[in-house]
Design a protein around this ligand. Sequence first.
Ligand code: PLP
Length: 398
Amino acid sequence: MALRFPIYLDNHATTPLDPRVLEAMLPYFTEKFGNSASRQHQFGWEAEAAVELARKQIANLINANPKEIIFTSGATESINLALKGIAFAYSEKGKHIITTQIEHKATLDTCKRLEKFGFKVDYVPVDKHGLVDPDEIKKRITSETILVSVIFANNEIGTIEPIEEIGRICSEFGVLFHVDAAQALGKIPIDVQKLNIDLMSMSAHKLYGPKGVGALFIKKKTPKIKIIPIIDGGGHEGGLRSGTLNVPGIVGFGKACEIAGLEMSEESERIKKLRDKLQDGIMSSLEDVYLNGHPTLRLPNNLNLSFDGVESEAILMGMKEIAVSTGSACSSASVEKSHVLKAIGLNDDLIAGAIRFGLGRFNTEEEIDYTINRVVEVVEHLRKISPKYKLKKEMSKT
Ligand SMILES: *Cc1c(COP(=O)(O)O)cnc(C)c1O
């Protein structure tokens, strides 16, 4: 098959819509346009049935009960609802929250906001691979702690956190546990029961579904988890998230989860092979390239590399037909250095030379072969014209 340009290797930022998902959504834009809250007629019933099917499909993928799924506009909103909702519901019990230094901005900025409201937040450090030590969380739990929030798999370096162990600690101490699973959902198996997860944020557009729809899993348990809603209105979603539901988006999210459940294991295998080929192809042809993230406990589609002596922006300029990103998509809107790469201890040069490759369902082996060649070519060229890199190489020889 002929290569089509540009090649999309930024699947952590967003994924293309799967054509099967689009097909499932289409009728809900046209003839099945009903409001799922309309209880008096066929149009409403049809929409409601579609929403309830999607709720089931999402619940199935994570071993939850459909009643435990609340629809939102995406993981950012889910995270806000979980963190603020818990914080304000439990502030009488305590005002202490524990999270990590490598969370998505949706979590970090929400925590910053809560700090302004008098909450105290601990940001637990990670090791050089981006792993959180569960004991570091345990050490920080006090009688004031109301919530622990940890990212399942990091969006920049792909590191998969020890969620099961952290879940066990939280349940042992009776502290609520929220997980940001935006990157992990549909890429690795998730069982919210086995992992002792109380709340989990998810997003459709990271697993080949549409943008602008997500969900929050809230465990049904006794005592009941209390959440103060952020959006008040018609009392939709059990009063936790008012507003007419995005029916086509929700249908697409459900379909995307169904497909992921059926195809995840085979797909992960295939994508991991391509990712490993990309990694080996680049690292065997170039010196001074470093892997960021955990060598094995990493999402199968993630490859984050630092190219010493070159600026990642220059690499991107040199291969404009390949869509990758430098650090996280969200922090590149503002020009600050990746907080994740800082947290794993990279020096400024290696942060400046970092590129994130995010593989996905629609990448082919030809695209990976092409990318290997282009990366090697561009980096070799940039190093040849870099006096700094040449000087460094000469210094290291003597
Ligand atoms: C994309 C992402 C989010 C935000 O999700 P949206 O649905 O785009 O709001 C949160 N956390 C992680 C880890 C992500 O990758």
